[in-house]
Design a protein around this ligand. Structure first.
Ligand code: FES
Length: 505
């Protein structure tokens, strides 16, 4: 025989589970939004769990209401659909029931808005989500006053636990959340000022390093040391003619009071290398950006360095940084020996390790790609696009590290689609197909700075918190970017409809 209290049991159990889950998911959502759980950069499963807890809480609430309507005792007392769904229409505890009914509608609205999150303006979705606080309060009052067992010991214990958890959520939101937001704002400000902060330097010396290669030594204007750098790093030089150019540092990283660069005269110069060769004089003031490294040298047992022309500059610093016991070999290729900067000094200093290959001295080409493909060493290469493309075609990506002067066109045949980009702590932005993510973020006032705007310098780097970027840049290998969870928004887009990104510290 069926227990006459069956629906009462179902109703009470569902209500308690719903109340507990609602509190948990609200607390969980607060921890997510305030990034207390951001140690792992909010992986997707954290939000999935939040969504599932909310969904089950809503389902349990429907079961709670449905079982009340099925309860024969309540039905005999005139409790029907109107009493269950219309506020203030019940004879029994009209106010407590009304609180529960309003909470139910709000829960449904929050749930539906979350399902339609991608269709709704971010502000509307967020505003509706804030209703969760009201829901928790309404449910707490409803649950504490509407039940027939509200005075029992176990019920009071459970109520106390849930209300304490709710109070904790509010405390977390108010104190930890606002502290985290404050930290984000001040970090953004710091980054913004760092982005804008250029370093004034003076040209201390100019030296011809080879035919059409001019060495430039830059020193600070004060006694303060220059920012530290690591082999493979470059600086952006802001020239007086308004151009900005990136040059690899080729000196000694331990020397903190000067930066050395070497600049090849480009036959197609748009004014950068021509200015440095024809107009730059000792004593002239310039501005530079702090060094950044998109071509870092990782620890490995063996290295094969491949330099084409002026691509020798970052390799110089790498070689100088290696301990004498480390195995390495350099293939240095150029048109003529007279145009190959540092060739003689490298060959003299590292006999047996350096192959200088001046093309005008040979009838056959050096099979660089084959040598690299058959080596087991980590290959670090910098030089013209043809050389780097040949290496990329045969050397496995895990062994190949490239620094490009000019970007690879990876957009051929691609039809960009709009993407919703959320920049943590700043806002959410719709990026149309015909604009870059960087353009839209800059226009919105985000503290992010582009430089080359063609995906080679790495200045616009963003951290990817959620979503899958479509890498179209020429900075680092795609696997390296995915492993580091970074992207370059001046050219790259998104595979997913939505990307959540953050500025890089
Ligand atoms: S601005 Fe240079 S990589 Fe984006």
């Amino acid at each position: 025989m069926t227990d006459p209290h069956l629906w009462w049991y179902v109703s009470r159990s569902a209500a308690i589970v719903a109340w507990t889950l609602l509190t948990l998911t609200t607390l969980w959502g607060i921890l997510l939004s305030t990034r207390v759980l951001r140690v792992a950069d909010n992986p997707a499963w954290l939000r999935t769990l939040h969504a599932h807890l909310s969904g089950i809480a809503l389902l349990m609430t429907f079961i709670h209401v449905g079982s009340l309507l099925l309860d024969p005792y309540l039905r005999s007392q005139g409790f029907g659909i109107a009493a269950a769904l219309v506020p203030l229409s019940s004879h029994y505890a009209p106010l407590p029931l009304s609180l529960g009914i309003v909470a139910l509608y709000l829960m449904a609205a929050v749930g539906l808005s979350s399902l339609a999150m991608r269709l709704l303006p971010r502000r509307l979705w967020k505003g509706l989500h804030f209703a969760s606080y009201a829901i928790v309060v309404l449910v707490a009052f409803h649950a504490a006053t509407a039940g027939t067992d509200t005075g029992t010991g176990w019920y009071i214990s459970l109520s106390t636990a849930v209300i304490v958890a709710t109070a904790m959520a509010v405390i977390v939101r108010q104190f930890v959340g606002s502290a985290a937001a404050q930290r984000r704002r001040s970090a953004a400000k710091t980054r913004q000022s760092a982005v804008r902060e250029r370093i004034p330097v003076r040209v201390a010396a100019l030296r011809q390093r080879a035919e059409d290669v001019r060495g430039v030594r830059l020193v600070p204007l004060t006694d303060d040391p220059l920012p530290p750098w690591t082999p493979g790093a470059h600086i952006t030089v802001h020239l007086p003619n308004g151009l900005e150019r990136r040059y690899s540092l080729c000196g000694d990283p331990a020397e903190r009071h000067s930066y050395d660069i070497a600049v090849a005269r480009s036959p197609d110069s748009a004014g950068g290398s021509r200015f440095i060769h024809d107009w730059l004089v000792a004593g002239q003031m310039l501005e530079i950006d702090p060094p950044r490294n998109n071509f870092p040298l990782d620890a490995a047992p063996d290295y094969l360095f491949v330099a084409g022309g002026i691509g020798i500059t970052p390799i110089m610093a790498m070689i100088a940084s290696l301990p004498a016991s480390r195995n390495w070999e350099l293939l240095y290729i150029g048109r003529t020996r007279s145009r190959m900067a540092f060739a003689e000094s490298l060959a003299a200093r590292y006999p047996g390790r350096v192959t200088i290959y001046a093309r005008d001295e040979h009838t056959e080409r050096l099979p660089v790609a084959d040598l690299a493909a058959h080596s087991t060493a980590q290959v670090y290469a910098c030089g013209p696009a043809g050389l780097l493309d040949a290496l990329a075609a045969v050397v496995p990506a895990g062994r190949l590290h490239l620094e490009r002067f000019v970007p690879v066109d990876r957009r051929a045949g691609l039809r960009p689609s709009p993407v919703q980009v959320e920049l943590a702590g700043v806002g959410s932005f719709r990026v149309p197909a015909n604009r870059s993510i960087l353009d839209v973020l800059e226009a919105a006032g985000a503290p992010i700075a582009g430089s080359c705007r063609e995906g080679v310098c790495g200045a616009c780097e963003l951290r990817v918190l959620d979503g899958t970027p479509l890498h179209l840049d020429s900075v680092l290998g795609d696997a390296e970017k995915d492993a580091a969870r970074v992207m370059y928004p001046c050219v790259s887009r998104s595979v997913t409809d939505r990307l959540v990104v953050d500025l890089v510290d």
